[in-house]
Design a protein around this ligand. Structure first.
Ligand SMILES: NC(=O)c1ccc[n+]([C@@H]2O[C@H](COP(=O)([O-])OP(=O)(O)OC[C@H]3O[C@@H](n4cnc5c(N)ncnc54)[C@H](OP(=O)(O)O)[C@@H]3O)[C@@H](O)[C@H]2O)c1
Length: 202
């Protein structure tokens, strides 16, 4: 798929990998809708990059996800790329976990990307070329002791991407999975060594 001339929605664009992706895609002559939850970070991003469209959405909330899809349908019917990047990683012993925290992690990391893909697919199907890009994790393939729910959500997103790719194989919508290496972002603060900066290409 070409890297210029797309209209791309990126979730989790207020920080880390998503923020760099939004700015990089903008510089490659794409139109970008940057979605985030943190209003202050979103306003700063908009100020620094006025060409961006910004949209505030808490992806943990079903009705907010539906409103986001309706906003896109109404104002950006030419959207052709959805990047499901937003995510959280909570580390805990399962026996000590609050059930609401588990549910929130699943909503953000798994339910939201699946639902956004489902809601936006009719629109993506109308474009000459389109893509759904899901940012999963190596921890969806190799487990981490302290993050069982995160691992489960990323494993789910991994297989969802494969299965949806098969389902859409005969269409013009490509399904891609991105498995980033260990990247130095707020998510990995205080964790791991040998991290690369989100700005680095490879
Ligand atoms: N960093 C790594 O080494 C690494 C490795 C493998 C995979 N990944 C994956 O890469 C993706 C990006 O991670 P990152 O490292 O860039 O993390 P990050 O810097 O912590 O950024 C996470 C982004 O997700 C957004 N987000 C979280 N909860 C949200 C919610 N309820 N509603 C809307 N947005 C929400 C955040 O928005 P707000 O700040 O506005 O809340 C933020 O923009 C994640 O899916 C992560 O699992 C990262």
């Amino acid at each position: 798929m070409r890297l210029q001339g797309n209209k791309i929605l990126i979730t989790g664009a207020t920080s880390g990998i998503g923020r760099v992706m939004a700015i990089r895609f903008l510089s490659l002559d794409n139109q970008v809708i940057a979605v985030g939850r943190n209003a202050t970070q979103l306003a700063r991003l908009q100020l620094e990059h006025p060409q961006l469209v910004t949209y505030r959405c808490d992806l943990a909330v079903l009705t907010e996800r539906e409103k986001l899809a309706a906003f896109v349908d109404q104002h950006h019917p030419d959207l052709n790329v959805l990047v499901n990047n937003a995510g959280v990683q909570y580390n805990y012993e399962l026996t000590e976990a609050d059930v609401l925290r588990i549910a929130e992690e699943i909503e953000i990391n798994l339910t939201a990307p699946l639902q956004l893909a489902a809601l936006l697919l009719p629109q993506l199907r109308r474009q000459p070329a389109a893509a759904i890009v899901n940012v999963s994790s190596g921890l969806g393939l190799v487990p981490k002791r302290s993050a069982p729910v995160y691992c489960a959500t990323k494993a789910g997103l991994h297989l969802f991407s494969k299965a949806l790719g098969y389902q859409l194989a005969a269409t013009q919508v490509r399904v891609m999975e991105v498995i980033p290496p260990l990247v130095d972002t707020p998510m990995t603060a205080g964790r791991g060594t040998g991290k690369i900066s989100p700005e680095r290409d490879r």
